[in-house]
Design a protein around this ligand. Structure first.
Ligand code: COI
Length: 356
C-alpha cells in the first residue's frame, strides 16, 4: 500500500449549486479520489484528480457481472467553522466486509479514512451550511479487467466522489409512507444482503416502482424465506416502539448493518430506553398496531438520517402510526444524532472526527 496521495487540482472550478435547493446526489464537487489495484502492485497510485468521466473498456467486468461495493457517509460544517465526519472508520470497516463477500481485496481502514479526509479538506468549500444539508461522500470500488469470463477480477478501482446534498426523501423529516412488500424479496440467507453492493439496490427497483405507483415512498422488505419477518427498507434500517420498548430486526446476514442503526441503539441504551434486536414478525407488528401498542416507527440511514414512518400498508391493512406525525422519540433521536454530527451537541461518544 502506497500511502502518498498525489493531488492534481482543477484549473476550472465549477460553480456551486444553490444550497436551498440541493436535492440528494445531484451535484458533484471539483475533485475525486482514485486508487488502483493490481495483483502485482496491490492498492497503488492513490491520487486526487479533477472530477470527471472515467474512460473504461466496454468489456470492463463490473458492467457485466456487477462486482462492486459502495459506502455512504457525510461531512458537516459546524457553526464555529470546523469540519466533522461521522464515524468514517465504521464505513471503511464495512467496506472490507462487503469486499470480502464480493471477492474484492481489502483496503487499509486508516488509509481509507485518510483518503476521505484529504478529499474533504481539498473540497471543503463545497460543504453546505444550510440547516439539514451536508456533503455526502460516496466511496466505491469497481472491478476493471476487460474480460467476459465470470470470475473475481484481477484489477479494481477505489474511487471517492462527493455531493453537497439536502434531505434524501423529498418529504424531509416529515413521515414517509411505506408499503410492506408481499411478492418480491431483497435478500436471502447466505446471499449478499449484508453487503453494500449495487445488485441489492438494482433488485429493489421493481418493487419500489410498484409501491411508488400506489403512493408509497419506499418498501419494507420481509425475510426472503417465509416472508414473515421484518427486515429493512433498503435505504434504511427500521425501528418500532411497541409498548415503550424499541425493537429493531437483528442482523442475520440479510440486513445491512447500518452505522446510524448502531449509533441509535447505543443512544437508546445510554438513555435507558429498552431496546431489543430480534426477529420481528409482521403479524406481531400488525397485532401491536391493532391493540394500540405500536407507538412509533422510524428508519435510520446515513442518507435518510432518521426518517419517521407515518403509514405502513401490509396486504392492504393500513397502519397509521402516531397519527402520521413525527413521534417524540424519533424527534429526540433526530435532534441528538444531527446535533452531534453537526457539532451543535457535545459528542460524548467519540463518534465525530475532525478534518483539518
Ligand atoms: C446511505 O444511506 O448512505 C446509503 O447508501 C443509502 C443509499 C441508498 C442512498
Amino acid at each position: 500500500m502506497l500511502n502518498q496521495i498525489k493531488i492534481q487540482k482543477t484549473t476550472t472550478p465549477k460553480q456551486k449549486p444553490d444550497q436551498n435547493n440541493l436535492g440528494f446526489g445531484k451535484h458533484f464537487t471539483d475533485h475525486m479520489f482514485i486508487m488502483d489495484y493490481s495483483k502485482d502492485k496491490g492498492w497503488h497510485d492513490a491520487r486526487i484528480v479533477p472530477y470527471g468521466p472515467l474512460e473504461i473498456d466496454p468489456a470492463t467486468m463490473v458492467l457485466h457481472y456487477g462486482q462492486a461495493i459502495f459506502e455512504g457517509l457525510k461531512a458537516y460544517r459546524t457553526a464555529d467553522g470546523r469540519i466533522l465526519l461521522f464515524r468514517p472508520e465504521k464505513n471503511m470497516e464495512r467496506i472490507n466486509k462487503s469486499n470480502d463477500r464480493m471477492c474484492i481485496p481489502p483496503i487499509d481502514v486508516d488509509f481509507g479514512v485518510e483518503a476521505i479526509k484529504t478529499l474533504v479538506s481539498l473540497d471543503k468549500d463545497w460543504i453546505p451550511t444550510v440547516e439539514g444539508t451536508s456533503l455526502y461522500i460516496r466511496p466505491f470500488i469497481i472491478a476493471t479487467d476487460p474480460y467476459l469470463g465470470v470470475k473475481p477480477a484481477d484489477t479494481y478501482k477505489f474511487i471517492i466522489i462527493m455531493s453537497p446534498s439536502g434531505a434524501y426523501y423529498s418529504t424531509g423529516i416529515n413521515p414517509v409512507k411505506i408499503y410492506v412488500e408481499n411478492k418480491y424479496v431483497r435478500a436471502v440467507r447466505g446471499g449478499t444482503g449484508f453487503a453494500k453492493t449495487p445488485g441489492n439496490y438494482a433488485a429493489s427497483l421493481k418493487a419500489q416502482g410498484i409501491a411508488h405507483d400506489k403512493g408509497y415512498e419506499q418498501v419494507l422488505w420481509l425475510d426472503g424465506v417465509e416472508m414473515k419477518y421484518v427486515e429493512e427498507v433498503g435505504s434504511m434500517n427500521v425501528f418500532f416502539k411497541i409498548n415503550g420498548e424499541v425493537i429493531t430486526p437483528s442482523l442475520d446476514g440479510s440486513i445491512l448493518p447500518g452505522i446510524t442503526r448502531e449509533s441509535v441503539i447505543q443512544l437508546l441504551k445510554h438513555w435507558n430506553i429498552p431496546v431489543t434486536e430480534r426477529k420481528l414478525g409482521i403479524q406481531e407488528l400488525y397485532d401491536a398496531y391493532k391493540e394500540g401498542r405500536l407507538e412509533e416507527a422510524f428508519g435510520t440511514g446515513t442518507a435518510a438520517v432518521i426518517s419517521p414512518i407515518g403509514e405502513l400498508n401490509w396486504n392492504d391493512h393500513v397502519m397509521t402510526i402516531n397519527n402520521g406525525e413525527i413521534g417524540e422519540l424519533a424527534t429526540r433521536i433526530y435532534n441528538t444524532i444531527t446535533g452531534i454530527q453537526s457539532g451543535k451537541i457535545q459528542d460524548e461518544f467519540g463518534w465525530t472526527t475532525e478534518v483539518k
